[in-house]
Design a protein. Structure first.
Lengths: 319, 290
């Protein structure tokens, strides 16, 4: 494995000195390892001149498989580390704060049943916090909100939690089984603060405007009781997935109702994410358990089919 | 100047992108940056390396820039501009192909020039200029082929799915053409100081860099008629880059390299484009502050 690591590092850096630096070793043993690997495989991997190293055709053909083997070996080491670190092994995992209590409970029960050997250390973290911890390898796996920069991560499929609207019970739109966005005209919107997730914030407002709802004012708030207060007193509405809002069980809040939006234009989109090359069985068990828990408690659906895409010339690519 | 990196980070976050930037005063070497040594995907920014290689070879007498090349319609690299978008046979000089490659990021023109000079020559040129962390591992056509393969049967539409984005080799600096912001400003400095090539060729390269048509990124940050902006963009799904030089009427000239990855997978994101200019101006103003 160490030999393959040397091969991949030299291939990616195209330079023995830099590859040695990256691997934290001296250059002569690195050259020897690559030569030994070449002898073992019976294939020349690099052309060397005094000034540069170039990968051979044969080297290029072997590079992807070498990377795959290394990724598998890293996963094996991660599992071993987990078993070694705790008495029973430890998986450091995170969920965003808006996941319902029932979902968390279902997930924990399911995971322990599937993977009794591994202890699950579950943290409540925002997507921004998760991305930072995943990058620093302080977290093994998390459930993130899209959109976010997924550089350096591997993802599970996108999961869609349909978002509806919370209205004062007396609002005319509350009488409808499904509320079109246009029916919210005239109401203020209570939304999370833009700095928490600028891309999602802008996407929501753009979709609302495109579908005919431009809020008179956008009020920022996130805590359930604060949002509730604004809805009751200030002619405001808020968006919420069905599973996340109830302070009271659905249908029993005397003052506020939840209604689906007509045509399901809005959704929270999630993926389970882990650092590239560090997925192992504990990670995939967690991913499967999250998907099941969300499906059962949050009426999760597969992501919506992609919409037509009109690439403009500034895109610079065309497939 | 000390608060500039924080303000740059804030501007990038506000626009929903992760940004890496390096800006340097071409004459004094004063610099400012965030993530200036992080490996980044170059995408079409690598066409700048092809341009410099082409001129280096012309200066060495290995090719003639007025040499005519044939570009038959059947064998073009995909792309929305220039020869890539044209339907009929074309015959043009190497230097006009270079103009199309730089002005409208023409993928076919770039592929044709890259085939003429060779991938190894491009890497030899960047190595000679001291760009230790810059490397072209495949041609533009090969890069698009890898995207097509990784996108799967869903084609271009699948490229808005984050799950697909995360598995594209073309977006992983370890597996595609890559550089760092600092390497790119070093290259631009060499072109502007006539260290990359003879002054005659330096002038020709600066000319085509100044003819780029896109107004939405670096240039958008400098809404001044008396400021000259020259540059080269690079774009792939979630990737938006531009490297260039900004010249003020008092003679101040600054090489700036900005590389971003957007949170959103949408192809059209004006705010992610314009923050490249906004961040570049913040950096240049920090360098110009007394």
């Amino acid at each position: 494995m160490r030999h393959l690591e040397c091969f991949v590092a030299v291939a990616e850096e195209s330079h023995f000195g830099r590859a040695a630096e990256r691997l934290g070793m001296a250059q002569p043993p690195l050259s020897q390892r690559v030569q030994r690997l070449e002898r073992h495989l019976g294939v020349r991997l690099f052309e060397r001149t005094s000034r540069q190293v170039t990968i051979t055709k044969a080297g290029t053909l072997l590079l992807d498989e070498a990377r795959e083997l290394l990724a598998r070996s890293e996963a094996l080491l991660a599992t071993a580390r987990r078993i070694r670190d705790g008495e029973s092994g430890l998986l450091r995992a995170a969920l965003p704060p808006d996941v319902a209590g029932e979902t968390v409970a279902a997930l924990l029960a399911d995971f322990q049943q599937q993977h009794a050997g591994v202890e699950l250390e579950l943290r409540e973290l925002t997507t921004t916090q998760q991305l930072a911890q995943l990058a620093a390898h302080d977290l093994d796996v998390g459930l993130i909100h899209h959109p976010c920069d997924v550089t350096g991560l591997e993802l599970g499929p996108v999961l869609r939690r349909e978002v509806g609207v919370l209205l004062p019970r007396g609002a005319p739109a509350a009488a409808l089984p499904e509320v079109p966005l246009t029916a919210l005209t005239g109401y203020d919107l209570v939304l999370f603060h833009r700095s928490a997730a600028p891309a999602l914030h802008d996407d929501l407002l753009t979709t609302c405007a495109r579908d005919g709802y431009t809020p008179t004012a956008v009020r920022h708030g996130q805590g359930a009781s604060f949002v509730r207060g604004l809805i009751l007193s200030s002619h405001a509405v808020a968006f919420s997935p069905k599973d996340a809002h109830p302070v009271h069980p659905p249908g029993t809040d005397p003052d506020i109702v939840w209604r689906p939006l007509a045509g399901a234009p809005l959704a929270w989109r999630h993926s389970v994410a882990w650092p590239k090359g560090r997925g192992d069985t504990a990670v995939s068990t967690f991913a499967a358990a999250v998907t099941r828990a969300l499906r059962d408690t949050a009426a999760l659906t597969a992501d919506a089919p992609p919409r037509p895409l009109h690439l403009r010339p500034t895109a610079e690519y065309w497939l | 100047m000390t608060t500039t990196p924080i303000r740059l980070q804030e501007a990038f976050a506000e626009a929903g992108v992760t940004g890496r930037l390096h800006a340097v005063d071409i004459d004094t070497g004063a610099e400012v940056g965030v993530g200036a040594d992080q490996p980044v995907v170059t995408a079409s920014v690598h066409k700048l390396c092809v341009l410099v290689t082409l001129h280096e070879q012309a200066a060495a007498g290995r090719l003639d820039l007025t040499e005519q090349v044939e570009c038959p319609p059947g064998d073009r690299t995909s792309g929305p501009t220039g020869l890539s978008a044209m339907l009929d046979p074309v015959r043009m000089s190497l230097r006009d192909a270079a103009y199309l490659m730089m002005a409208v990021s023409d993928n076919t023109a770039a592929e044709l020039l890259l085939a003429r000079v060779g991938l190894d020559a491009v890497n030899a040129t960047t190595a000679r200029l001291g760009l230790g962390r810059t490397r072209a591992v495949h041609s533009f056509r090969e890069m698009f082929a890898s995207m097509r393969e990784d996108a799967g049967p869903g084609g271009a539409q699948a490229l808005t799915d984050p799950y697909v984005i995360a598995r594209l080799r073309a977006l992983d600096p370890a597996r595609t053409n890559h550089s760092t912001p600092r390497d790119m400003t070093r290259l631009l400095g060499a072109v502007w100081r006539d260290e990359a090539c003879t002054p005659e060729h330096g002038l020709a390269m600066r000319r085509v860099l100044g003819l780029q048509v896109w107004p939405h990124r670096l240039a958008a940050g400098f809404p001044f008629d008396d400021v000259h902006v020259a540059g080269k963009t690079g774009s792939l799904p979630t990737v938006r880059n531009e490297v260039g030089v900004v010249e003020y009427p008092d003679g101040g000239r600054y090489a700036v390299a900005v590389f971003t990855r957007a949170a959103r997978t949408a192809a059209t994101l004006p705010s992610a484009d314009s923050v490249i200019g906004t961040a570049a101006r913040m950096a240049v103003e920090a360098l110009r502050a007394p």
